[in-house]
Design a protein around this ligand. Structure first.
Ligand SMILES: CC(C)(COP(=O)(O)OP(=O)(O)OC[C@H]1O[C@@H](n2cnc3c(N)ncnc32)[C@H](O)[C@@H]1OP(=O)(O)O)[C@@H](O)C(=O)NCCC(=O)NCCS
Length: 293
């Protein structure tokens, strides 16, 4: 296992991962962010260089300082060889913490589960469809409802996001959402009083995240506008546009398909380790039609 910290090698890795899109979406987005200021405080572990069979993104030790904060303790994995991936999972992850691994390849959950058994840790898994837009510049121009104004999220909106996010509502989720708003592109629609009625953020892995419209404002095309705006914005910054949608979130799936996003053949897995379960606010499967992404 090696830690890739040389900036020219990280740029080379970004180019290599880009050539294997969309299956490398998660790690590619993380490496892009590392190469542009590394605001999330991530680092890259690999089995070997320059040829490699597995890449793992993890938070720096100083970032993952809270054992129960799996909003922050997030990893992303891409592999070409499951054996190399297993070795990285076993050695590069802090299994004493609560954490979440994001990965797009089949076999990742089974490999993680096998290691978890040897470590005495318990895993849960959530499955998502990954939607990727091959060319956001071809998306149609949007017409904005004059009742709302296009803006970006700012830290004054964090409580609203935290209250409405199904996995939010606690101090750790608030801190995580504040850091997303602070560090990564986002968009929202404000009503006449300046209050956001619909929003869409992006994260350290370059994914579109946290799409939400207040219930009384739904089915007016608001999140669709934001999906269009954000996909074009990320595209103009050189990022591929993609998002992960829960397998039973049909409204969001329909929205993505109408905007020209293509569902990828492999499921995206969010694998949660509950090592610090007694101390952490764990993610649980959602209810009542809302979704966590
Ligand atoms: C999913 C969500 C963000 C959609 O927001 P919205 O502003 O109502 O979406 P839009 O009005 O832009 O909808 C655009 C398209 O999405 C689809 N859609 C939206 N809501 C839908 C619903 N309840 N049932 C079926 N399709 C729906 C439709 O295709 C719609 O186009 P149409 O109205 O022409 O049929 C909103 O329902 C929400 O906040 N849900 C809870 C949180 C959530 O699930 N977030 C997504 C996480 S990945």
């Amino acid at each position: 296992m090696l830690l890739l910290s040389c900036s020219s090698k990280l740029r080379l890795l970004e180019g290599t991962l880009r050539r294997s899109l969309p299956e490398t979406l998660l790690v590619h987005g993380a490496v892009m962010n590392i190469n542009r200021g590394n605001l999330a405080g991530h680092e890259v572990l690999m089995d070997s260089w320059p040829e490699f069979k597995a890449v793992l993104i993890r938070p720096h030790r100083e970032v993952a300082s809270d054992d129960s904060d799996f909003y922050t303790n997030t990893y992303a994995v891409y592999y070409r060889d499951l054996g190399a991936c297993r070795a990285l999972l076993g050695s590069a992850i802090n299994w004493d913490q609560a954490f979440c691994i994001h990965g797009l390849r089949d076999g990742l959950y089974e490999a993680s589960r096998d290691i978890a058994q040897t470590k005495g840790a318990k895993l849960d898994v959530l499955c998502y469809f990954t939607y990727f837009h091959p060319d956001p510049s071809s998306m149609p121009e949007i017409r904005l409802d004059p009742a709302v104004k296009l803006s970006s999220l700012d830290v004054s909106h964090v409580d609203l996001l935290n209250e409405t996010w199904l996995f939010g509502g606690n101090e750790k989720s608030r801190k995580y959402l504040a850091s997303l708003i602070h560090h990564f592109p986002s968009a929202c629609l404000l009503d006449a009083t300046g209050r956001p009625v619909s929003w869409l953020a992006s994260d350290a892995f370059g994914a579109l995240m946290h799409g939400y419209t207040l219930p009384q404002h739904r089915r007016r095309g608001y999140n669709r506008v934001l999906s269009n705006v954000m996909a074009k914005r990320l595209h103009s910054l050189g990022y591929p546009s993609y998002c992960n949608v829960a397998v039973d979130n049909y409204p969001m799936q329909r929205l993505q398909e109408q905007e020209g996003f293509q569902r990828q053949p492999s499921l995206c897995h969010y694998i949660q380790c509950n090592a610090a379960v007694d101390r952490a606010p764990m993610l649980t499967p959602w209810a009542a039609g809302d979704s966590p992404a």
